[in-house]
Design a protein around this ligand. Structure first.
Ligand SMILES: [Zn+2]
Length: 220
C-alpha cells in the first residue's frame, strides 16, 4: 500500500495522527452546529418520521470546499483511504453515542460494480476503528434500482426510494442500537427509508451519521 504523506486537499505535509487530510483543511470547513437551519430542518424531518433518534455530521457540503473535492474523488477514483479518513473524523464526533452496529447505506449493485466499492463502507470502517463498534455492511441491501434523485424534491425522493431496501438478517438488529452511515445527506429520504426498515426489524435506537450535509434553502 502506498504511504501518503501529503494532504489530499492542499498538499501540505501531514503530521503524526493526521490521515490524508491536514488539520488546517479540516478547520476550513463549516462545521454542523446545533441550531443551524439545515440541521434543524433535517432533525424535525427525522424525528417526525418517528424512526430516527439522532443525527451527527462533520460539516456542510459546499462548492469548492474540502468535502466537495473528497466527494468528487470518491466518485471518480478509487480513493478508499479518503472514505476511511472521513470515517475516523466522524467516529470522533459520534463516539459519545451508545451503538451496537454500524450499518452503511448500501449502493445499488450496479453502482458498486462500476466503482468496485461503496464509500459508505469505508466511512463505516473508519468509525468502527475509532469507536470499537461492529461494522455490518451485510444487513441492509438494495432491493431494486432507483432512478437518480438529483432532480427530485423531498416528497418525490421519498416515493422514489420507498421499498428500495431490504433487511437480510432482521434478527441481528432486534433490540440493538444502530448507526446508519452515509456520505452526504441531501433531503434525507434515503436515510429515512433505511431507518424505517431497521425500526421495523426491532432496532431499539436508530442514529444517523453522515460526513456532510447539503445546505438546505430557507424554504427547506
Ligand atoms: Zn490540507
Amino acid at each position: 500500500m502506498l504511504f501518503v504523506s501529503d494532504c489530499f486537499h492542499c498538499g501540505a505535509s501531514l503530521r503524526d495522527g493526521e490521515q490524508r487530510i491536514c488539520s488546517a483543511c479540516w478547520n476550513s470547513v463549516t462545521p454542523v452546529r446545533s441550531g443551524d437551519h439545515t440541521l434543524s430542518v433535517l432533525q424535525q424531518r427525522f424525528s417526525g418520521s418517528g424512526t430516527i433518534d439522532g443525527l451527527d455530521a462533520i460539516c456542510y457540503f459546499e462548492k469548492g470546499k474540502l468535502l466537495q473535492s473528497i466527494a468528487h474523488a470518491l466518485k471518480y477514483q478509487e480513493v478508499t483511504s479518503l472514505g476511511y479518513a472521513l470515517g475516523c473524523r466522524l467516529g470522533e464526533i459520534v463516539r459519545y453515542r451508545t451503538v451496537d452496529l454500524i450499518i452503511p447505506v448500501p449502493l445499488n449493485k450496479r453502482k458498486e460494480r462500476e466503482r468496485g466499492y461503496n464509500q459508505s463502507d469505508w466511512i463505516g470502517k473508519g468509525i468502527a476503528d475509532v469507536t470499537g463498534w461492529a461494522l455490518r455492511a451485510d444487513i441492509v441491501r438494495r432491493r431494486r434500482y432507483t432512478v437518480t434523485q438529483t432532480h427530485l424534491n423531498a416528497q418525490e425522493r421519498l416515493e422514489n426510494i420507498a421499498d428500495a431496501f431490504e433487511i437480510v438478517h432482521p434478527s441481528s438488529v432486534t433490540g440493538r442500537s444502530v448507526l446508519i452511515v452515509d456520505d452526504i445527506i441531501t433531503t434525507g429520504a434515503t436515510i429515512q427509508e433505511v431507518a424505517a426498515i431497521l425500526r421495523n426489524a426491532g432496532a431499539s435506537t436508530v442514529y444517523v451519521a453522515a460526513a456532510g450535509l447539503a445546505k438546505l434553502g430557507e424554504d427547506g
